[in-house]
Write a protein of this length. Structure first.
Length: 318
């Protein structure tokens, strides 16, 4: 049983003109969200360092001043991947393939916004892009910090060896029935932590908190952003960090507080959590196929008991 599945690409790209980044339109949304995440499985954000923990050498987590942290840049990448999947957005040229990978992309998606001359797709409008075209992001993510004493929420787990995806070796897995690329997402499941290398992980139930700042967003963009965090309607859990194929990294986010942007002579309009839920439904009928496929993968309760299969030699793997 593979620990991943695919979401098909939409066939088009909807581009709009670059929205001004240095002004505040009173008809749009500007503000800050305070967000809380709760780990549903152990979570690993590797630092690349080896630490001595309880007299054992282990792979250490990312720390700031001795405190575990989920970098905002990592989370932003996860949220953007979902945002792209549920919008008519562009896609970067797939790497690691032999031959011409563009032939496996819908015609409108063969030129990314970074090299396109006619506006920005939904994802690049919100998250920005760099290339011939440069657009500053309209959202910024803080780091998300563990709440509580690290000693209470860090533990050693054995993480099995994993392999990098080899697109050139398994191209057929990434293509749909029409030989078009699809986006890969990892299922939630029962963590495989009984053998492998010792790593220091965040325990199930750990709480992390952070914030995002946003400006110049429409109702639909704000709703799609909430959906991509997993706290729109319907809600679902995200997969973050290392060892996702081993069913680690499941985390459920919730919106704790909405703070409108305010400065002398200007205050963004007030919105309530129920407005966010309403906004998160605005685009769903148009992207129904992609959303159904995504929720099939990221529904934690449905998939929480998924596990690696056992081969004829009695070895577990994927």
């Amino acid at each position: 049983m593979k620990p991943y599945a695919f979401v098909q690409l939409s066939q088009k790209v909807q581009r709009t003109a670059l929205r001004p980044r240095n002004t505040l339109d009173p008809s749009l949304h500007h503000g800050k969200w305070i967000i809380r995440g709760r780990t549903l499985t152990p979570l690993i954000v590797r630092s690349g360092r080896i630490l001595l923990h309880n007299d054992r050498l282990v792979h250490g987590p990312t720390l700031q001043n001795g405190h575990p942290v989920l970098p905002g840049s990592s989370l932003k990448g996860v949220v953007r991947s979902i945002y792209e999947a549920v919008s008519h957005s562009c896609i970067d040229k797939p790497s690691g393939t032999k031959g011409d990978p563009l032939k496996h992309l819908p015609v409108e998606k063969r030129v990314a916004c970074s090299n396109h001359e006619e506006g920005l797709c939904p994802a690049c409008q919100v998250f920005g892009c760099i290339g011939k075209n440069i657009a500053k992001s309209l959202v910024s993510f803080s780091d998300f910090f563990l709440q509580g004493a690290p000693s209470d929420w860090l533990q050693i787990q054995l993480i099995p060896p994993l392999y990098r995806p080899r697109l050139d070796k398994a191209l057929h897995l990434y293509l749909d029935d029409e030989d078009m690329f699809q986006r890969k997402f990892y299922f939630h499941g029962a963590p495989e932590v009984k053998r492998g290398s010792p790593m220091l992980v965040l325990k199930q139930g750990a709480i992390l908190e952070g914030e995002i700042h946003y400006q110049q967003l429409t109702d639909e963009e704000l709703g799609r952003l909430a959906f991509s965090f997993g706290f729109g309607d319907p809600a679902f859990a995200l997969k973050v960090g290392y060892a996702k194929p081993a069913y680690l990294g499941s985390i459920q986010f919730e919106l704790i507080h909405i703070q409108p942007y305010e400065r002398l002579g200007f205050r963004s309009r007030e919105i309530q959590p129920e407005d966010i839920l309403k906004f998160s439904r605005l685009f769903q009928e148009e992207m129904r196929v992609q959303i159904e496929q995504l929720l099939n993968v990221l529904d934690y309760e449905k998939n929480r008991n998924r596990a690696w299969t056992v081969n004829q030699q009695g070895q577990k793997g994927y």
